[in-house]
Design a protein around this ligand. Structure first.
Ligand code: ASP
Length: 341
């Protein structure tokens, strides 16, 4: 039987055209987009598409739209072998991370892609990104999908979605996954690194987690950060979780005021997750004197997670009504391949 792929078009540069009034780029619908890619038909697959209304510049992405993407996948799950989500690059890593936590028992590919240049432009990177993503979404070996994960395909590389960050706004290599190898590399052939792909062991039915708590904040430390600012952030009404972007291997200023504010926050029950501002490597609290106070304040190690994975994992876990110890436990555990442990 011919493979079937559903393309879910949420927006992004890939489907944008220049607005005559001011020359800025704005998204158009999939019918206009697909005129640019008649080659898709040559695969011989059954390909269908759904266009979101409205189509978004992904800077306007929200958890509500993540739920819409997840529901669209669920409603069409039985009919398709794989899914391609066309999405703006700006927040693609957040969306792919969020979806990895929201979809349980996933056993089919969900490939996010987009482009740096609109598909209508001659030098676009969008055609290759889309065509290869469709091929990956349809790829099977020994009767099972080759990549049953939420991933991002961009500029010849397939990455695990929750290991990826946008690293470039100018070049075609817009994404990288510093702490996890690529799941596939597309050249003349598409070479799948099966040893790095997670294959489901037991196959229950696809389940959605749509409760996400957004009472969270990302706090990036910098030399000169003021006590009043840290205090204002940590004392935000209803705040439940903080992703603390520390230096290097998890270090922060060990000024007394800073340690006190962090301890006061964790004592109030706010979960603070320590991740590094470095894209590669991992947090090791206690290695330097400048992270001991965090350890003593029960700050949780985010180890080698990306910011995007840490904040969306926190939203997901806080939405599950867990006890404090379960929350801490799950935060440090590998749930969807987002953390090494
Ligand atoms: N602003 C665009 C977006 O994220 C950028 C892109 O698609 O590359 O929707």
């Amino acid at each position: 039987m011919q493979p079937s792929v559903l393309i879910i078009y949420t927006g992004g540069t890939i489907g944008m055209v220049q607005r005559p009034e001011d020359g800025s780029l704005a998204p158009v619908n999939f019918d206009e987009l697909s005129k640019e890619i008649p080659l898709l038909q040559k695969f011989g697959y059954h390909i269908a598409s759904i266009t979101f209304d409205p189509v978004l510049d992904s800077s306007n992405m929200t958890p509500e739209v993540w739920v819409k993407i997840a529901r669209t996948i669920q409603e069409n799950y039985a009919q398709y072998d794989g899914f391609v989500v066309l999405h703006g690059t700006d927040t693609m890593a957040y969306s792919a991370s969020a979806l990895s936590f929201m979809l349980d028992n996933l056993d089919k590919p969900v490939v996010f892609t987009g482009s740096q240049l609109p598909i209508g432009q001659l030098r676009t990177d969008g055609k290759e990104n889309l065509l290869t993503s469709v091929e990956i979404a349809a790829a099977r070996k020994n009767g099972r999908p080759l990549v049953p994960e939420v991933c991002i395909y961009f500029d010849s590389k397939l990455y695990r979605g929750n290991r990826t960050s946008k690293i470039d706004s100018q070049h075609f290599r817009a994404f990288d996954s510093a702490n996890y190898p690529a799941l596939a590399v597309a050249g003349v052939d598409i070479d799948y690194a099966e040893e790095f792909i997670t294959y489901p062991v037991s196959q229950g039915i696809l389940r959605l987690n749509t409760e996400l708590c957004t009472d969270v904040v990302l706090l990036k430390i910098f030399p000169g950060i003021k006590p009043s600012i840290v205090k204002a952030i940590l004392e935000i009404d209803q705040l439940k979780g903080v992703v603390l972007e520390s230096y290097g291997s998890g270090n922060v200023p060990n000024f007394e005021w800073f340690s006190k504010l962090i301890s006061a926050a964790t004592q109030k029950g706010i979960i603070i997750v320590n991740i590094s501002q470095c894209s590669g490597g991992h947090v090791k609290m206690g290695l330097y004197e400048t992270s001991v106070a965090l350890q003593n304040a029960d700050v949780v190690s985010g180890y080698d997670m990306t910011s995007e994975a840490a904040i969306t994992k926190l939203m997901y876990l806080l939405g599950q009504g867990l006890s404090q110890s379960e929350l801490v436990n799950y935060m440090t555990q590998n749930l969807k391949g987002e953390i090494t442990n």
